[in-house]
Design a protein around this ligand. Sequence first.
Ligand code: ADP
Ligand code: MG
Ligand code: MG
Length: 211
Amino acid sequence: VTAVENAALTAWIREFARLIAEAKERLTELDSAIGDADHGSNLDRGLTAVVAMLDAEAPDTPGQLFKRTGMTLVSTVGGASGPLYGTAFLRMAAAAGAGSSLDPPEFAQVLRAALEGVVARGKAVAGDKTMYDALAPAVDALDAALAAGKSLGDALAAAVKAAEEGTAATIPMVARKGRASYLGERSAGHQDPGATSMTMLFTAAATTLSG
Ligand code: ADP
Ligand code: MG
Ligand code: MG
């Protein structure tokens, strides 16, 4: 079993920031259809601050990496997604403990803790048309693939596929949480911005942690 080192996890967070910066306009466009057109700029502001934090003094354990990332996101992102992503990373920090690396089952537990944090904070359930609809199936797919003896790379590929399918499935959903819920039935026919950004967290993991 190959451990996931702190350096690789740091590269993961940086790659997530890069993907969000690249998709900033698209995320904001999705949010303009069913929200207030700020999801891309909210997350990009937060992750730009996270990259600056990493450049200034990179944390040397996964627990510290996730804690500082979560704290930075809470204080810079705002909106609904700031506390949700912030809580996710703070729960990841608690689950990561004090060690210098995570083995694949520990990494899966860390992502399970992120899901629990999102649920504790936002009370979303499946089908509410939120980031939960990408995160929950991705975490389940990761667990299932590792339990079936797959490599971390293959398990992350399965998680990305599940997150993408979960995100596509938000299109016909009627939103029951967040600003999109104010639209009622008119929220149907649009992909959820938060599910879209959450999928990028898994895409970034597959790119940086599969080796
Ligand atoms: P705001 O809606 O405050 O402008 P953002 O636009 O940054 O915040 O984020 C919107 C995203 O947050 C939605 O697309 C959805 O995925 C997610 N979201 C909103 N409320 C919840 C909730 N209660 N639980 C989980 N996710 C939520
Ligand atoms: Mg918004
Ligand atoms: Mg907003």
